[in-house]
Design a protein around this ligand. Sequence first.
Ligand SMILES: Nc1ncnc2c1ncn2[C@@H]1O[C@H](COP(=O)(O)OP(=O)(O)OP(=O)(O)O)[C@@H](O)[C@H]1O
Length: 250
Amino acid sequence: MTAASAPPMIRVAGVDKFFGPLHVLKNVQLEVPKGQVVVVLGPSGSGKSTLCRTINRLEPIDSGVIEVDGQPLPAEGKELARLRADVGMVFQSFNLFAHKTIVENVMLAPTKVRKTPAAEARKTAMELLERVGIANQADKFPAQLSGGQQQRAAIARALAMKPKVMLFDEPTSALDPEMVQEVLDVMTGLAKDGMTMLVVTHEMGFARKAADRVIFMSDGEVVEDSTPEEFFSAPKSNRAKDFLGKILTH
Ligand SMILES: Nc1ncnc2c1ncn2[C@@H]1O[C@H](COP(=O)(O)OP(=O)(O)OP(=O)(O)O)[C@@H](O)[C@H]1O
């Protein structure tokens, strides 16, 4: 297949999602080509996390289609587990297993889900820990690491499944300010290496520097879809102008 005809890495088409009577995603359309970094911005409650979570079916959708690398994600079953492995996800809370060492946390999914032999999984895990800058912490337990180091371990753990895309849902929101940059630096490195990424964040510096595109959501809708330069210098909608106005005055 030529690059021109390749499907987008992430395709969200006509997606609606309700929580009871609450319509949280309204006919959302989004295509992310391979290697693109898309930052999702928007006020609290606008549906950013829900969008992120629907892409690997942590949340079921009510209508529409979600595809990763041209494959529709089924609602459930073995096929879902296989396709979900293509989608790495990093959350605000690191969710590392407290009673396993850092390297064991990173090895766990490949050995359990992919049946990768332990020696090979350990070697890959050590390479990933090297990549995120915490190889020297490999044999410690999560509680012995700083928040920033734990989040970097969580990124290494997601990468261990060799995902085609990475989703980040406010990855630095739970961190002390001095640890935010080390996590953003790892994410910027991944972006430079060509990873396809969707990032929900309030870090405007990251959006300006690392994003190819900015999606602005408000009240369940994608209101703007533009380059960071366009979005930050000349937002089109009043909703985006209000949002940026509030951010800049804080
Ligand atoms: N599991 C749930 N059950 C019911 N309502 C939910 C659930 N998850 C989210 N919501 C509601 O859906 C709406 C969108 O929430 P979502 O977390 O996607 O927004 P967000 O833009 O990520 O907000 P924030 O920036 O505060 O994280 C909100 O009104 C929220 O209260």
